[in-house]
Design a protein around this ligand. Structure first.
Ligand SMILES: [Fe+2]
Ligand SMILES: [Fe+2]
Length: 283
């Protein structure tokens, strides 16, 4: 995969967006009928429901009790949250359960993605000009291009890792050298192919260089900051690689002050630790 054109050729071989994801996307944002429809679509597939409940009961939220059905999840967490998480589960499922040899466990990928989505959502709730649920969706899916590489171009991905380690450069830079593109661009192309809205595509394309994002720059900044913070606080994809600092302008352009974002990340890390200490009370 040496250029984006060849890459898109390969992406064409990807499975299409799963039916359940298409159905979830088509559910209108009407709080009443939308929520009912959502519960119906999800509950029809028991194994998908089980997967989704596992994510919803994640340690980040310190829920007072285990959620055991989708109706409860919608009542407690809201239909938008459940809708986005369901979409993430359906999409990540396409790429299989296990990661390739040499790759960190898929569970680490989930934890990183969910952490970035959750933090992006929290920042988004404090940022007047963005939709927090869109920030959550963009954060959850931001590294989807990495899964594409892992499944469809593991050889080039390995080469990128080797370059990143030998030359001590950030992974996107090493990917660019190895294959002429990055996981961020690949993810954006995939979502374009699936006709996702630009407010998700562009922040994902620019999540490592948010200042270059022309459309929806605030969302790109939020996802970039959430990703940066999550990597700093141990919510990594399983590998510790150098994470370049974001330019000062990225932080300064948001209405949420940096110390507040620091507090949000810290709180998320503490919540997860405490929940884990309780012995994975929902395990
Ligand atoms: Fe990334
Ligand atoms: Fe990431």
């Amino acid at each position: 995969m040496k250029d984006l054109k060849r890459l898109i050729g390969r992406i064409d071989q990807l499975p299409t967006l799963p039916t359940v994801a298409t159905q979830i996307l088509s559910i209108v944002d009407d709080p009443k009928s939308g929520a009912r429809e959502l519960v119906y679509v999800i509950s029809r597939d028991p194994s998908f429901t089980g997967n989704l409940l596992k994510r919803v009961n994640s340690a980040f939220f310190a829920l007072p009790r285990k959620i055991s059905d989708i109706g409860q999840a919608v009542a407690l967490l809201g239909s938008n949250f459940v809708k986005t998480t369901a979409l993430g589960v359906a999409i990540f499922d396409i790429f299989g359960k296990s990661s390739r040899p040499g790759e960190p466990p898929r569970e680490d990928f989930w934890r990183h993605s969910f952490a970035v989505g959750t933090l992006a959502r929290q920042i988004g709730q404090k940022q007047p000009d963005v939709n927090a649920e869109t920030a959550f969706a963009a954060g959850l899916l931001h590294d989807i291009g990495h899964l594409v590489l892992e499944c469809f171009d593991p050889v080039d991905l390995k080469l990128a890792y080797a370059i990143a380690d030998a030359d001590e450069v950030p992974l996107p830079e090493a990917e660019r050298r190895a294959m002429g593109t990055t996981h961020a661009e690949i993810g954006a192309e995939l979502l374009t192919l699936w006709h996702f809205p630009s407010e998700l595509i562009e922040p994902i394309r620019f999540h490592h260089r948010p200042e270059e994002c022309g459309q929806h720059p605030q969302l790109a900044r939020i996802v970039a900051i959430a990703n940066y913070q999550c990597n700093r606080y141990g919510f990594t994809r399983g590998v510790k690689r150098s994470e370049p600092a974001l330019p000062e302008s990225t932080w300064a352009s948001l209405a949420v002050p940096r110390p507040e974002i620091e507090d949000l990340t810290q709180a998320m890390a503490i919540t997860e630790q405490e929940e884990d200490k309780v012995g994975g009370k929902f395990a």
